[in-house]
Design a protein around this ligand. Sequence first.
Ligand SMILES: [Zn+2]
Length: 173
Amino acid sequence: MNGYIIKNSKIHGKGLFANKNFKKDELIFKVDLSKLPKIKSKNKLSEEQKFHIDYAGRGKYVLATHPYVYINHSCDPNVLIKHETISKSKFYAMKDIKKGEQLTYDYGGNAMDQIDKELWTIKCLCGAKICRGTLSTCFLKQPIEIQKRYYKYLPQSIKRKYKDKFKGVREQN
Ligand SMILES: [Zn+2]
């Protein structure tokens, strides 16, 4: 049995929910995008599929099939993503999670193709008490404490590529 289930979410559309209790720091699942076929043209994808595109590195995108694509954003998330590489990551419980709770992660710290690019900003509807109000997936547009929280879990290739832009983040670590 998987530790998670897809259900309708109050945050947005469908969401992913815990189907068992997780202890803080427990591995929930691993994601490996490296073996998936690369997308040649986005025009052939359905609207639903377009939401499930993920960046696999080297300028290539894949259609992610793993249920992690249903995880919604929260400014006060319960899931932490640690990237081994751009395409390989592990999802951990950031805190104790009870069966039935919705799984969420912070979209601001995890978009590997949007470190210094802002593709969109929307009003955040996550409902957390500490909600930042707006949601952007650009890493460097996040408040510095958010950048510091997720910097250490970025893959080495990203840390190298944006070394100069991360200067402020590293100095305050
Ligand atoms: Zn929010």
